[in-house]
Design a protein around this ligand. Structure first.
Ligand SMILES: C[S@@+](CC[C@H](N)C(=O)[O-])C[C@H]1O[C@@H](n2cnc3c(N)ncnc32)[C@H](O)[C@@H]1O
Length: 248
């Protein structure tokens, strides 16, 4: 394995941590994020492909596409190949380190379309206007529950008629009795991707107060409450989901 590959490998929780702290999307995580997310989210590549093709079919001329919690820009790079090149992309994240990496990756991917990368906290006032596609991929789960309703309403108001919100989230099972099994299958998946039991348990602890998943039905309820007319599930794997919501 080359030194470069080792540098990009997620080993954030590989050493025993004596002083526990909450998970943060700072420089350390940003530098290994692509490896982390592709080894930690089942069907991550396929979810990205699905988001790109859904976005390409839903986008409307003269509007913008937003990626909220865009991290290193993987979703925008996927959409770039399929979405009309005149459409402007807006990537928003509150981690400057993530957006710096994102900018490098978009340039490496040969972006020629107009795009803007904005540091902003999605839990506060965020400006979304003239959007026909908004993506929230693995991000709503990190927004404090208190602010989720307001964020979804802001997105709804910022969408043009016929615009869509595409959400992918870690979720809880509808029946509590299934949660334990789903999590067991998920940790087995992480072990198959070469995470040790210590890495799995230390990351779980760090995420405990930071990543707060809802049930799929709760997310669908919030989307309907925000005003979305149609809500369709396009992806489901145990405790992961993908949903597209349409503003009439
Ligand atoms: C799991 S990552 C998202 C992955 C990315 N969308 C993808 O598809 O690869 C969550 C992202 O949300 C960002 N984030 C978390 N809380 C946020 C907030 N309150 N405001 C803005 N961004 C936030 C993090 O910095 C991180 O980049």
């Amino acid at each position: 394995m080359s030194n470069k590959a080792n540098l990009n490998k997620d080993e954030v929780f590989a050493e025993e941590i004596t002083k526990a702290s909450d998970f943060k999307f700072g420089a350390k995580v940003a530098s290994v994020f692509d490896d982390m997310v592709s080894r930690s989210v089942p069907y991550y590549g396929e979810i990205q492909r699905m988001i790109a093709e859904l976005a390409a079919d839903q986008v409307q001329k003269g509007t913008d596409v937003y990626d909220l919690g865009c991290s290193t820009g993987t979703t925008m790079i996927g959409m770039n190949t399929l979405v009309d090149p005149t459409i402007r992309f807006v990537g928003i994240d509150d981690s400057k380190e993530m957006l710096d990496k994102c900018d490098v990756k978009l340039k490496e991917a040969g972006f020629v379309r107009p795009y803007e990368l904005r540091v902003a906290d999605l839990g506060e006032k965020v400006e979304i206007t003239n959007a026909s596609v908004v993506v929230l991929c693995l991000t709503l789960q990190f927004i404090r529950p208190l602010y989720r309703e307001k964020l979804l309403k802001t997105i709804f108001d910022g969408l043009v008629p016929g615009g869509v919100l595409i959400i992918s989230e870690k979720i809880l099972a509808e029946e509590n009795s299934f949660n334990r099994d789903f999590i067991k299958y998920y940790y087995d998946y992480k072990r198959r991707n070469h995470y040790s039991d210590m890495e799995i348990s230390q990351k779980r602890e760090a995420l405990e107060n930071v990543l707060i998943p809802y049930k799929l039905s709760e997310n669908i309820y919030l989307l309907r409450e925000a005003g979305f007319a149609h809500v369709e599930t396009f992806f489901k794997w145990y405790n992961f989901s993908g949903v597209i919501a349409v503003k009439k």
